[in-house]
Design a protein around this ligand. Structure first.
Ligand code: ATP
Length: 244
């Protein structure tokens, strides 16, 4: 895991005078599962939007998949996949129509989309759902499908912003099996979650508070450093405001 796919140095993002990302510096490697944690409002989505080419940094150096977030956000968008809880699949299109649509957006050829659609539906054991509307699927299936669609074009990195919000533990576990398989293929998985059991599954975890990265290491090293039994314990200590 020595290939750097994300390199961030002194990233600052301001909204007016409010500093949402305050001098962030970190690197993420090929095939790594990188957990990006923080309390509500810590600034995670702000960072993910910058790393995905959807928003410009105020200052700092940000390289993603070999492209500069200031100058080449369009190239970043082509080389990454993105899934968030709120905007994923189109509810009034069928499963197959969604796959075709996203494949087209990612610039894939029709035949390749057809081939991948077939193998994707087979892998997910979704064949019978191909012509169903997304609106008719249970949340867990939607999330799995949204993830598969986000990596349909085999991007270098996939960003997952709270991908498992609201789904049951069994489905979350299955979702994480998909994350492992994806990382094993060399795709970097950059994931935010509020579920601390999921944080334990990551190769490395960063914990953010008030726009700053307060800790970054493997789950085992963080637990040792904070003399804690779980990442949840580490998180609670870091994410708690200093005055309490
Ligand atoms: P959550 O876990 O709740 O999704 P988060 O860590 O992703 O939180 P962000 O959404 O990045 O947090 O928000 C960080 C801060 O930046 C919040 O205080 C938010 O109100 C502010 N913020 C985000 N986007 C904007 C914007 N477009 N304009 C002004 N303030 C914003």
């Amino acid at each position: 895991m020595s290939d750097k796919v994300i390199s961030v140095h002194n990233l600052v993002k301001k909204f007016g005078s409010f500093v949402a990302n305050d001098h962030l510096s970190f690197e993420v490697y090929r095939g790594e599962i990188f957990g990006f944690l923080g309390a509500n409002g810590a600034g995670k989505t702000t960072t993910i939007r910058i790393l995905s080419g959807l928003s410009k940094p105020t200052s700092g150096e940000v390289m993603v998949a070999g492209y500069d977030a200031h100058k080449e956000p369009e190239m970043i968008k082509k080389n990454i996949g993105y899934m968030c809880q709120k905007f994923s699949l189109y509810e009034d299109l069928t499963v197959k129509e969604n796959i075709m649509l996203y494949g087209g957006i990612y610039g894939m050829k029709k035949q390749l989309i057809r081939d991948r659609t077939h193998s994707l539906l087979e892998r997910l054991q979704f064949e019978e759902y191909g012509d169903r509307l997304i609106a008719a699927l249970p949340l867990g299936l939607k999330q799995k499908l949204a993830f598969s669609v986000a990596v349909l074009h085999e991007p270098k990195i996939v960003f997952l912003d709270e991908p498992t919000g609201g789904v049951d533990p069994v489905t979350r576990r299955q979702f994480w099996e998909m994350i492992y398989e994806t990382a094993a293929r060399g795709i970097t998985v950059f994931v935010t979650t509020h579920y601390m059991d999921e944080a334990e599954y990551c190769d490395r975890v960063s914990i953010m508070n008030e726009g700053k990265i307060q800790a970054l290491d493997t789950p085992a090293a963080l637990k040792q450093q904070y003399n804690a039994r779980s990442i949840e314990e580490v998180f609670i200590r870091i994410a708690r405001p200093a005055k309490q």
